[in-house]
Design a protein around this ligand. Structure first.
Ligand SMILES: Nc1ncnc2c1ncn2[C@@H]1O[C@H](COP(=O)(O)OP(=O)(O)O)[C@@H](O)[C@H]1O
Ligand SMILES: [Mg+2]
Length: 321
């Protein structure tokens, strides 16, 4: 692909804080129009990376281009900032202004801006137009944040942990909004420590851990490469059948999960032979499920650690771009 097909090109980026390499020689490219997720736990270097390509923090070394413009050149950076819309990780805005007043406030920072009414409609905030920001739920505040990120009609939307601390329903609503933005032709750069978020939304995922990118690919590519075998889960209604299933699947090293289901690792297609053998021996079960590995398994296999999802509450400060 030629350079103009990329929204972001980062080459050998390093960011040192004293002795700490917060970002340790990472390179990646984000294609125009895709949803690209940087997936990693707290402290991995996600926000540092984002704030460097937005021109808020300075790199120790490395080359960064956004829409083929050079982040290190002052004149280019001004143009870049007009092409990006950001939802910072710690987003807040004027507490005592209403939703529409906040949008007008941020709009006036730009030479031209989208009609706030259109953004309110796009984000399904019609009921909240005249509500003060401080009275909104965490999920709605974050949605106002996305509306503000879109006020300058940016080509690239950068969302730093857009759903951290939201309840599952608000999270799913945010996912729908983000998919909608992609359908409108925006490029989305997303950071997250929720593997489901990356799996559901991202066209491509970069796994970041301790300042290093471990690999990049589509969720399917990463799962095929590192996820290991499928799991087969056998659910039984009583302990007798459970013991029998254990005995029959003995060679597969059956384990029980928290729900008392029996779980084995097995190659693709193995579910039919498990069903056959249980039927043949007339062992009763209530369900058999085949489960693909997830990005969580990928992360575990790449780093030896789990992606801990600490659902921290909403944190606040002001929009930083
Ligand atoms: N201004 C700073 N000074 C010193 N260390 C920092 C600073 N900002 C971030 N760090 C450290 O850099 C690492 C990466 O942080 P960050 O980019 O915020 O990670 P993430 O967004 O993935 O949680 C962490 O160890 C963090 O403590
Ligand atoms: Mg962060």
């Amino acid at each position: 692909m030629s350079s103009e097909e990329y929204a972001i090109e980062i080459t050998n980026l390093i960011k040192m804080y004293g002795e700490l390499a917060a970002v340790n020689d990472i390179s990646f490219k984000v294609k125009k129009g895709e949803i690209f997720a940087l997936l990693g736990p707290n402290g991995a270097g996600k926000t540092t990376t984002v704030e460097i390509f937005e021109g808020i923090r300075k790199a120790t070394s490395g080359q960064l281009k956004v829409f083929s413009l050079d982040v290190s050149k002052r004149s280019d950076l001004k143009k870049i900032q007009l092409l990006i819309g950001t939802l910072p990780q710690e987003f807040s805005t004027h507490e005592n202004l209403t939703v529409i007043e906040n949008l007008r406030f941020w709009g006036r920072m730009y030479h031209s801006y989208l009609p706030p009414e259109d953004l309110i409609k796009l984000l399904n905030l019609e009921d909240k137009t005249k509500e003060k920001f401080k009275n909104l739920s965490g999920g709605l505040k974050r949605r106002v944040g996305i509306a503000i990120a879109l006020i300058n009609d940016p080509d690239l939307v950068v969302l730093d942990e857009p759903t951290t601390g939201l309840d599952p329903r608000a999270r799913r609503e945010s996912w729908a909004v983000i998919k909608d933005l992609k359908a409108k032709g925006k490029t989305i750069f997303l950071t997250t420590h929720y593997m489901m978020e990356a799996q559901v939304l991202a066209d491509r995922v970069a796994i970041i851990h301790k300042g290093k990118i471990r690999d990049i690919g589509t969720p399917t590519e990463l799962i095929d490469k590192y996820g290991g075998e499928n799991k087969i889960i056998v659910r039984c209604s009583n302990q007798d059948s459970r013991d029998q299933v254990h005995a029959i699947l003995f060679e597969h090293g059956p384990m029980e999960n928290e729900d008392g289901d029996i779980v084995i690792s097995a190659k693709k297609g193995a579910i039919s032979s498990v069903v056959d053998v249980l039927n043949e021996k007339k062992i009763s079960y209530t369900d058999i499920i085949s489960q693909r590995p997830t990005l969580e398994d990928v992360f575990l296999s790449l780093t030896g650690e789990t992606l801990l999802s600490t659902g921290q509450g909403d944190v606040v400060s002001t929009k930083s771009s």
